[in-house]
Ligand binder design. Structure first.
Ligand code: 4NP
Length: 154
């Protein structure tokens, strides 16, 4: 099973989600069965490392960005992935516009499964510099995706 988190630049929110979800996979002994990565809807930051604010939050929580570099999403990703999770309405709009027919159901919003928070975006720290808000929002949402993935293994 393959999960891809997506945001606009792939330097703030989605690499943070990737690192946090990877840690959930490690603690649940699922790294053999589930892979996680992240992508951008734009090519603006292509090749760049995660934002210093994201790197600092990851470091504070003893998480590793695994050498991530910003990578625009491409058509093949929609076929390769089982789940493609966007961080806000703009990401969702973009993903739905470029998802090939037949792969649309893989595209989900980050808070689709979060009780009481459906439809809410993950705050973009590019504008607010509130990387802790981003971390806390992801921390609340990601366990529901872990359960979702677990239920669909084998
Ligand atoms: P991200 O944040 O989508 O969470 O990685 C942003 C990164 C770059 C830009 C906007 C948001 N930008 O405009 O370059």
């Amino acid at each position: 099973m393959k999960v891809i988190f997506v945001c606009l630049g792939n330097i703030c929110r989605s690499p943070m989600a990737e690192a946090m979800f990877y840690q959930l996979l490690v603690t649940n002994h699922l790294t053999d069965q589930v892979s996680v990565s992240s992508r951008a809807t734009s090519s603006k930051e292509e090749g760049n490392r995660p934002h210093p604010g994201t790197r600092q939050i990851l470091e504070e929580h003893h998480l590793d960005d695994r050498g991530h570099r910003s990578t625009p999403i491409k058509r093949q990703d929609f076929y390769d992935a089982d789940l493609i999770i966007g961080m806000d309405d703009m990401n969702m709009h973009h993903l739905r516009a470029i998802a090939p027919k037949g792969e649309q159901d893989k595209v989900r919003a980050i808070n689709d499964l979060t009780p009481g928070h459906q439809g809410e975006p993950i705050p973009d720290p590019w504008y607010t510099l509130r990387f802790d808000d981003t971390y806390n929002s992801l921390k609340r949402a990601l366990p529901y995706w872990l359960d979702y993935v677990k239920e669909r293994l084998d």
